[in-house]
Every structure is written in C-alpha cells, then in structure tokens.
Design a protein around this ligand. Sequence first.
Ligand code: AMP
Length: 190
Amino acid sequence: MSAIRLVILGRQGSGKGTQSLRISEAYGCIHVSTGDMLRAAVADGTKLGRQASAVMEAGGLVGDEIINGIVAERLAKPDIADHGVLLDGFPRTADQADALERILGELGQSITMAINLDVPVEEVTERMMARGRSDDTEEAIRRRLRLYEEQTAPLLQWFEAHGLLETVDGLGTEAEVFDRLVSVIDARTG
Ligand code: AMP
C-alpha cells in the first residue's frame, strides 16, 4: 500500500488530537501539526516564533505565506514520501487547501482524503467547560467555536467539491470513534 496523506478537521474539544495520534500510530504516517510547530518556534524564540506569537495569542491566523512555507518545507522531507502524513491544523482555509494541493503536486503526491471529526457544538462546549481552564469561559469558548465555523465551512466545501471529504461521528468512546475512522480510511485506501 502506498503512503497515505490525510487531513483531519474537527472543532476544539472534538478529540482530534487524541485520534490523530492513534491514526498516525496505526498507519505509520507522520503527524504534522502546524499548531505544534508554531508553539515550538515560539518556545525556541526563532524568527518564525517571533513573527507568529502575537497573532497566535490574539487567536488569529498566521499569514498564508508563512504557514504555507513551513508546511512546504516539512512535506518535502523524505520521511513524508516514505511514510505518508496526517495533517492536523492545516489547511485552515480554502486558499491553504489550494496551496497544499500545489505543494504535494510538486512532490508528485496528492491528498488521499480529508476527515471531518464531527462533534456537535453543544457537546464540545460542555467538554471544554468541564476542563475548567481559566481561559475557557463560556463566552470565550463560543467565540472560538464561531470563528472555527466561519473559517472551516469553506474548507469543508473545498474538500467536498474535490471528492475528498468524509465525515465521521465523533460521539462515543475513544475506541468507538477510532474504529469509525479506521473504517473510512480503509474504505478509501483498501
Ligand atoms: P492549533 O493548535 O491548531 O489550534 O493552532 C494554534 C494557533 O496556531 C492557531 O490559533 C493559529 O494562530 C496558528 N495556526 C496553526 N495552524 C495554522 C494555519 N494552518 N494557518 C494559520 N494559522 C495557524
């Protein structure tokens, strides 16, 4: 089987992080999280980190030129061609999806599929409230979720229009959700 190149989408609190780790382990593909890469750059105080930190703190999006550049550089490494990739946090916009298609195209690769891990807004709000973090007031949570909705709706349309979108019900136990993910991935790649 050739290497898979997956994109995972899901609201904050959808379990996307946990399931991403399980998928990358099960399929041997490389988990690439742009949020993790940016946080590492901020922690290391690199030029990129300095450019990104204010935008990240304000909850905005880092500019396409910067983020596309980071992703292009990471995807060009040989481990991705060998093992495949699970992209988490990228693309965030339809423009970034266009960029991803171009980046992979130049490497002779293509997107296998995008999975939307779907957990209703009410449920993720409750989950985040239950974490009890100080930045998780109900209002702040609702604002972040609204922003996600606005940004992601066109992205879902992009993947749908390209015949690449699968939606997976994210309600249930971790194991139940993982089984559903495996089913849709295997159905595409099997
Ligand atoms: P995340 O951990 O995916 O929520 O990312 C944390 C922060 O990093 C986001 O709030 C953005 O400021 C920034 N970021 C991560 N991925 C992207 C992306 N694809 N495009 C723009 N900004 C991003």
